[in-house]
Write a new protein. Structure first.
Length: 232
């Protein structure tokens, strides 16, 4: 509801600033829909990032269990207990490991449990981990050593991504402020010097000029958004 409200407010604000007509809000509905879709993507990205951090914690706990001589099955069980002290029982990672522990108690293999887990969460690091484990089992290699190395590599990748996100945090805030400045300037001019911008409204030439400005603004927004989102 908050996202829908923000999308409607943005739609009406653009209609007022660029066309001085609330009717233009109907024409600009695709912009509001695009904003809502972007909000959904951003929400999903944040939830995925949160789960990846939780998964990193789980892998670190699992690596510690493997180092002291636990089997993979017992390491999963131990990890499930340790995660409950780090995250709430309702968190996604705790629910996933609780489900894996339940499957192990039903005599399902660790390989099958990890593979089903990876397919269910549809997360790249989890899928890589499951593939490495399954390959080690089939090839008859030292699965414990391979798992430890895989966990280390996944942890290093997440650490690099966390450092990148930290460095981009300030730039992301600057980007959001810069997106508001053009709208704020036009809004300021509308309230303080309405006659100065009156020539841009009510004429074909003014509508075309403001439409070009709006297109440039939207294009710049999406370009900037891509620049502050870096995938590792």
């Amino acid at each position: 509801m908050v996202a829908i409200t923000k999308a409607i407010v943005l739609d009406l604000l653009l209609a007022y600033l660029f066309y001085d007509s609330w009717i233009a809000g109907v024409v600009l509905l695709p912009v509001a829909i695009g904003y809502f879709q972007q909000w959904r993507e951003e929400c999903c990205r944040k939830k995925e990032l949160e789960f990846r951090m939780q998964f990193r914690d789980a892998m670190q706990i699992m690596a510690s269990s493997l180092k002291v001589g636990y089997s993979v099955e017992n390491a999963i069980r131990s990890t499930e207990k340790e995660l409950q002290t780090l995250h709430s029982k309702d968190s996604r990672i705790c629910q996933e490991f609780e489900l894996m522990t339940h499957k192990l108690s039903m005599n399902q293999t660790a390989e099958h449990v990890l593979w089903v887990f990876a397919k269910r969460v549809q997360q790249e690091d989890a899928e890589d981990f499951a593939v490495v484990f399954a390959t080690a089992k089939r090839m008859g290699g030292d699965s414990i050593t391979i798992l430890k190395e895989s966990i280390r590599m996944i942890g290093d990748k997440m650490e690099v991504e966390r450092e990148i996100q930290t460095m981009l945090a300030a730039k992301s805030l600057e980007f959001q402020v810069m997106c508001m400045i053009p709208l704020g300037m036009v809004l300021y001019m509308r309230f303080t010097f309405p006659e100065f911008l009156s020539v841009l409204y009510g004429s074909a030439a003014g509508v075309m000029l403001m439409s070009v400005c709006l297109i440039i603004y939207i294009a710049a927004y999406y370009m900037g958004r891509k620049m502050v989102h870096i995938e590792v």
